[in-house]
Design a binder for this molecule. Structure first.
Ligand code: GLN
Length: 545
């Protein structure tokens, strides 16, 4: 049995197609089915690696080092689908491979065209991740909005697959918006048009997921079913939830969406076991503690730039039964000489410095790290956040005021963070960083080893610069803990402050593997330390309510 579920969107973007696809995936898995997730991005970039976080939000990194759309992060948080470069399809990849084949002479004599050559390439890429024997269902999210020019070849490929495989093997779920006009009245017209637009490209949706602020009443759902040719059971209200986005699988299940889709596809399965999701929602809704985390970074205006970090912090909160409030602090703000650190961090229980690129704002991050180190405030440095710890230590403890990363000051006389030899002459920006999963060996007696509970760990990387080995001895001699290394000992993977309650930096990105059901150990540990820091403080959950 191999089934396909296509998830498309109408009316406008940002409706939550990713969460819809992920939640359907979670529901299928809760019934014991094996799921694969695929994201289609209709842009011409080959991958998301070179895109600014301002344009496109976070770049999500998979085990095999693919730099992908942040929706893959959602898939990873909701499902067990393995994620690698085959789970992310872009127009750029599709055209690149068809054009390469043309140059190799593989279409000799024929005219190479969008239909069938591009659509055939798309179809084979859609089917590839689900090829293994044990896979039951592949869920394919088509990015963009139906009606966009860019997505036409992908919708045509979806139409062909539904036609070839038969409606009982490939179904369509369309996500639309039910807006409220002044006075609060809900309007169905945009959905009516959005469905028509999908029908025009030859796809009849089997289910409609209706985004709205308020639950959509049965009467309105019946009316929508009537004018879209969708069965009433397939018309589902996806209203805003008060707790957490991890409640969406439960919202869909209560309305029978999983049962309906499985019936359509003729799939038998066990009853859904949704206890892990219910547990997540309950812990989220009934916190015993509250913590405020100051995240000091560069791309703070854009919420999606650190999507996986935010989610991992919430997961750490779930693991500690703590409500996590994130306070975004633009590192540039801390750079002014008169920035009052004690006041800025007055109500903060822990500081996190996430990944980032470029010199701007790095001085403010160094100041934040110094404040945390000196005040005994929990500090978690991720990638750039670790490099900042090293720079801060070298400037203050080793008294090298000019210590820096060559990324920020290529001429620093004390380049404590620098490029590896093999990165120095790299001319191309696409896919040339240290990317994907690799092993770190955790030293005995360190905090990080205690947190992971083992001597080795595999996490994902995305960076170009490293702690300079030339200065490793100086750092260690003055007490900075080098807590983890690559298996050959050549690269620093984790740094710890001595005599500090929780001051830890990692060169990798633990946020990419965090799930609400199994929070990343480092985020669990960090939030735990923040709870302890706050313990008995004015913000204990009940004192502040
Ligand atoms: N800019 C730093 C580097 O390239 C850190 C990267 C990151 O934080 N992801 O090494």
């Amino acid at each position: 049995m191999k089934k396909l579920i296509f998830v498309t969107g109408g009316v406008c973007s940002s409706l939550g197609k990713g969460i819809t696809a992920s939640s359907i995936g979670a529901l299928m898995e809760s019934r014991g089915l094996s799921v694969r997730m695929v994201k289609i991005d209709p842009y011409l970039n080959v991958d998301a690696g070179t895109m600014s976080p301002y344009q496109h939000g976070e770049v999500y990194v998979t085990d095999d080092g693919a730099e992908t759309d942040l929706d893959l992060g959602n898939y990873g948080r909701y499902t067990n689908s393995p994620l690698s470069k085959v789970n992310s399809i872009t127009t750029g990849q599709v055209y690149q491979s068809v054009i390469n084949k043309e140059r190799e002479g593989r279409f000799l004599g024929r005219t190479v065209q969008v239909i069938p050559h591009i659509t055939d390439e798309i179809k084979s890429r859609i089917l590839a991740p689900g090829k293994e024997d044990d896979v039951d269902i592949t869920i394919v999210e088509i990015g963009g909005t139906v009606g966009d020019m860019e997505s036409i070849p992908f919708l045509e490929a979806a139409r062909q697959l539904i036609h070839e495989m038969g409606k009982q093997n490939a179904v369509s779920v369309h996500v639309t918006l039910i807006p409220a006009v002044s006075g609060g009245e809900l309007k169905t017209k945009p959905t009516q048009h959005a469905v028509k637009e999908l029908q025009e490209v030859g796809i009849q949706p089997d289910a409609l997921v209706l985004r709205s602020g308020e639950p959509i009443e049965e009467g309105m759902r019946r009316k929508i079913a009537g004018f879209t040719n969708v069965e009433f059971e397939g018309v589902v209200s996806a209203h805003d939830v008060k707790t957490t986005i991890y409640e969406i699988p439960l919202v869909f299940h209560e309305q029978g969406l999983d049962t309906f889709l499985l019936k359509k596809m003729n799939v038998e399965s066990r009853h859904a076991d949704l206890r892990p999701w219910q547990d997540v929602v309950r812990k989220f809704a009934e916190p015993k503690h509250r913590v405020r985390i100051g995240v000091v970074g560069k791309y703070m205006e854009l919420h999606d730039a650190y999507k996986s970090v935010w989610e991992a912090l919430y997961h750490g909160g779930i693991a500690n039964q703590a409500a996590v409030e994130i306070v975004k602090i633009d590192s540039g703000r801390l750079e002014a000489d008169n920035a009052d650190m004690a006041q800025i961090f007055a109500d903060i229980d822990g500081i996190l410095v996430p990944g980032g690129y470029g010199q701007r704002g790095s001085g403010g991050m160094v100041k934040a790290a110094r404040y945390a180190r000196e005040q005994g405030l929990p500090y978690f440095g991720i990638c750039l956040g670790l490099q900042i710890m090293v720079i801060e230590w070298a400037r203050d403890i080793l008294e090298w005021a000019d210590a820096d990363s060559t990324e920020f000051n290529p001429d620093s006389p004390h380049a404590v963070v620098s490029l590896l030899e093999d990165q120095i002459d790299v001319k191309s920006y696409g896919g040339t960083q240290r990317l994907g999963k690799s092993e770190s060996i955790l030293k005995d007696g360190t905090l990080i080893r205690k947190i992971y509970g083992g001597e080795s760990v595999w996490e994902r990387h995305r960076h170009r610069y490293e702690v300079s080995n030339a200065y490793r001895a100086d750092l260690e001699r003055t007490g900075l803990g080098i807590a983890a290394l690559t298996p050959d000992g050549s690269l620093v993977e984790a740094i710890e402050w001595p005599d500090h309650p929780w001051g830890l930096g990692v060169q990798f990105h633990p946020e990419f593997k965090s799930r609400p059901i199994s929070p990343a150990p480092l985020f669990k540990g960090f939030i735990g330390a923040c709870v302890a820091h706050n313990a008995g403080g004015a913000r204990a959950a009940h004192a502040s309510d």
